[in-house]
Design a protein around this ligand. Structure first.
Ligand SMILES: C[S@@+](CC[C@H](N)C(=O)[O-])C[C@H]1O[C@@H](n2cnc3c(N)ncnc32)[C@H](O)[C@@H]1O
Length: 235
């Protein structure tokens, strides 16, 4: 399997940053709101005072979490693509949120710029698939979590077999053209299809989480298993 090249991933998100949100909502038919809501519900099952949202992009997970969680919770968004962070900061301003409580920081998920045992919760939504070295990314998440802290991963998965033909037809033939209309960039969304088909299924990803040390790993399938939500603990 080819690992994503970090420079081309960054270049891709730089090109689509200004239209990323619109493309996301249109291409998913708005279902991304529902997926994020599920992530927030899972995150909310236990209190957290320090949260890190990795590969935060335009920050939608941070904003969804912020609406529901304990008022003093600090939520930091980290991404290595500055133009995506610019979009996140614009939204933070529109929502009149405090930059100290909701900082957006440039940094690499493969070398997280925080010390060990710092966060109660690390979330990563549609980011893990883009990492050049998934094992290293997961080990880094494990490192920055406090003992007893949790990881929540929202990511594309392998759909149920009977849904696969419809899904891949959409992904390979329809989505890139619609994406081109919205973002002007068809290639970025061709990459999306390839990266999804190369990504492990639910049980394989659960094993990868366990492999780096996560315990009590649970995976839930959403929307015919197009997407999965993984949850685990640093013991
Ligand atoms: C598909 S977007 C997801 C954005 C957001 N989490 C969401 O759910 O909409 C993937 C993001 O991962 C970021 N990314 C990819 N590899 C990264 C890395 N190694 N370190 C930091 N960010 C990375 C990209 O810049 C991009 O903003």
């Amino acid at each position: 399997m080819n690992s994503p090249d970090p420079d081309s991933v960054r270049a891709t998100f730089t090109r689509v940053a200004h239209r990323y949100d619109l493309a996301n909502h249109l291409l998913s038919g708005g279902i991304d709101y529902f997926w994020r809501k599920k992530l927030v519900t899972l995150a909310n099952q236990e209190p957290s005072t320090q949260i890190l949202d990795l590969a935060t992009g335009s920050g939608d997970v941070v904003f969804a979490l912020q609406k529901e969680l304990f008022t003093k919770t600090k939520i930091t968004g980290l991404d290595f693509c500055e133009p995506m962070l610019v979009e996140a900061r614009k939204k933070r301003e529109l929502l009149k949120l405090n930059a100290e409580q909701f900082p957006f920081k440039e940094g690499d998920c493969l070398d997280i710029p925080f010390s060990d045992n710092l966060f109660d919760l690390v979330t990563i939504s549609f980011g893990l698939r883009n990492l050049a070295d998934r094992k290293r990314g997961l080990s880094e998440i494990f490192r920055v979590l406090k003992p007893g802290g949790r990881i929540v991963v929202l990511e594309f998965s392998q759909p149920y077999w009977w849904f696969r033909p419809f899904y891949y037809f959409y992904l390979r033939l329809i989505l890139p053209w619609v994406a081109r209309l919205v973002t002007g960039d068809r290639d970025a969304y061709l990459y999306l299809g390839t990266s999804i088909s190369n990504f492990p299924n639910r049980s394989q990803l659960s094993k990868e989480l366990e492999h780096v040390g996560f315990k009590k790993v649970v995976a839930n399938a959403l929307t015919f298993s197009i997407v999965s939500l993984h949850h685990g603990y640093k013991a």
